[in-house]
Design a protein around this ligand. Structure first.
Ligand SMILES: [Zn+2]
Length: 311
């Protein structure tokens, strides 16, 4: 019997990162973002949530995870050369699937999705509410989680994401590649859009639950909000959350303490979400490579186009 040949593992992930893929509080680290070091030690509470035998205890009683190795699957376009990608881009771009091209501040969106209508939110301007399917799903999940926790919540207002094709969006530096979204806060009483949040009017329960759901259920890179709003939410979170270390880890402090929640001027009326979307970004990189290839090989690019036409 011939045993199957397996490619050598390309990355070793410490178990927690690989297993939880960002699903645990405090872990914004998915396969997407191997940069942050995963926690090495678990609390007993977290360890109990894991599959039996996944976690083990040291002689001192601390919970640890076994190290496991994951071989990332090959990308479906790995065997396509730049010319093939370019041909698809020009003739059947829908076959490429969702692509976040370039960067949020100099980018484009290909095969994105519009944020659909929902009884849970109001989209300010529909043609400016496109994102990668991952971003759309993230918003849908997180707002639904607020309604699960607090039935009969008022609707929330969603501002700009990206335009259908991405690119420069008036009023923003980013929002170009389908990974950004401006989301309103929950206020006490009436729902409102672009109202300055204060200690009096901010519905901290619901807004915190939204922020919490974004962090635990999506692959969030940043949440930008005004420092005052962040302070109000932090104070609330410290009262209701069991895991204080986790809460503290979420809030950035200047350049010394990193964290997902960051202060940004002009964000007292809404928060700005930026997600990681590895799949769409990987395709976006191939699209950029293919465009560079076409620029460097104009006659080959032209040939690829006309051959296609004559088929
Ligand atoms: Zn924004």
């Amino acid at each position: 019997m011939v045993s199957p040949v397996r490619p050598p593992p390309t990355r070793t992930w410490v178990g927690l990162t690989a297993l939880m893929l960002g699903a645990l509080p405090g872990s914004s680290v998915g396969l997407a973002s191997p940069s942050a070091p995963p926690p090495q030690e678990l609390t007993a509470q977290t360890a109990r949530k894991l599959e039996p035998k996944t976690a083990w205890r040291t002689r001192t009683g601390a919970w640890r995870l076994h190290e496991i190795t994951i071989t990332p699957p090959r990308h479906p376009f790995a065997d396509f050369d730049d010319g093939a990608i370019y041909t698809l881009l020009r003739h059947q771009p829908q076959w490429l699937g969702p692509a976040s091209v370039g960067s949020p501040t100099a980018g484009a969106l290909l095969n994105g999705k519009p944020l659909p209508a929902s009884p849970f939110w109001h989209v300010q301007v529909e043609r400016r509410a496109w994102g990668t399917p991952e971003l759309i799903a993230c918003l849908e999940r997180s707002v639904a989680a607020v309604h699960e926790q607090f039935p009969h919540s008022p609707l929330i207002h969603v501002g700009d994401l990206s335009e259908q094709q991405g690119g420069f969006l008036r009023g923003h530096r980013s929002h170009q590649s389908g990974l950004d979204a401006d989301i309103g806060f929950y206020y006490r009483g009436e729902s409102a859009w672009y109202v300055t949040a204060t200690e009096k009017n901010l519905d901290r329960e619901r807004t915190w639950w939204l922020v919490r759901s974004l962090i635990t259920d999506c692959s969030v890179q940043y949440l930008f909000m005004d420092g005052l709003v962040a302070a109000l939410l932090r104070e609330y979170a410290e009262n209701v959350e069991n895991d204080q270390a986790w809460v503290a880890s979420l809030f950035a402090r200047g350049s010394t303490q990193p964290g997902i929640i960051r202060h940004a001027w002009g964000h007292r009326t809404h928060l700005h979400l930026r997600i990681f979307d590895d799949a769409a970004t990987a395709v976006g990189q191939r699209v950029q490579q293919a465009q560079a290839w076409a620029k460097a090989h104009p006659s080959l690019a032209q040939k690829a186009e006309s051959e296609r036409k004559h088929q």
